[in-house]
Design a protein. Structure first.
Length: 133
């Protein structure tokens, strides 16, 4: 689906393309992204509406998998754990990644873009590990 979206945006005349494109992960999560890459989307303003919208997917909930509760819980956890030494600014966060470079002319492939993001992630982990050596 991501490739089709990117292809569709790239097919637009440059003047009609969105100024910014953010990508989200649904089944997994983007909390692992390097801090500089994370874009917080406020997902906690209308919690009742969010709960009602999630209940629309009854076929995914009725079998005992409480995706509705898990999704709201994940968003709340992101808001709480986002800044460990400050009060929460949002009641819920959905993490996203700025993928705008993928839709500009001459931009990187998805694979090349993600190689860069993953290298930043690896470097961040290694830097943190070295501080404890």
């Amino acid at each position: 689906m991501l490739r089709r979206c990117i292809d569709a945006i790239r097919a637009l005349p440059a003047a009609q393309r969105p100024a910014r494109v953010l990508g989200c992960e649904v089944w997994r999560d983007l909390d692992w992204l390097p801090e500089a890459r994370k874009v917080a989307l406020d997902a906690g303003r209308r919690q009742e509406l969010a709960a009602d919208l999630l209940k629309i997917f009854d076929s995914q909930i009725s079998g005992g998998k409480r995706y509705d509760l898990a999704t709201l819980g994940r968003r709340a956890a992101h808001a709480t754990y986002n800044a460990s030494h400050a009060s929460d600014n949002m009641a819920g966060i959905t993490w996203s990644l700025d993928i705008t470079p993928l839709v500009v002319d001459g931009g990187p492939s998805i694979e090349a873009f993600m190689e860069t993001v993953l290298a930043e992630y690896r470097d961040d982990i290694m830097k943190r590990l070295r501080t404890f050596a």
